[in-house]
Design a protein around this ligand. Sequence first.
Ligand code: PRP
Length: 180
Amino acid sequence: MEHADLERIVFDTSTLADRVAQMGRQIATDYHGRTPLLIGVLKGSVVFMTDLVRQIDLRLEIDFMAVSSYGDSTRSSGEVRIHKDLDRSIEDRHVILIEDIVDTGLTLHFLTKILRARKPASLALCSLLDKPEARVQTVDLRYVGFTCPNDFVVGYGLDYRGEYRNLPYIGMLSRHVYGG
Ligand code: PRP
């Protein structure tokens, strides 16, 4: 049942499951014979990532980072604060950075810069959703689930004020909820 706060469903549960399974198969093919390290960017990526890893038939490891932007005035510089760093070194590892959505691209741009400095064997960027219309900073996404309209979307990990992450689909939030 569609949540009452949604204008419409954008990606339903089975559409998400099919695409995530395809992405998992593609990653398994691309990383055959390797043990990639998937890094999830908290919190939005967790629902996607936990589904994705179960579709990757390979030995792999997971880790997480938590970041937030410094605020609107400095956000244009792409600086984000690290609240939780990785547990282990990524040197010589094949790293796949997992996001739920790429909007301006500033978060991934910043993370890419700091992760590359740690000398991984390779670094690929993977996002379930790509909102190209909102892009400020170019990011080189290797894996993209869907191109997303420039609407306020929630569900399947994506939130509004911390809520709606548990919806099993992605929907457009009604304007009456966020006053847009
Ligand atoms: C969202 C999303 C990305 C970032 C993308 O995280 O998960 O990390 O914003 O935006 P950008 O491309 O404009 O940088 P958010 O800060 O909402 O935190 P959350 O993952 O905890 O919801």
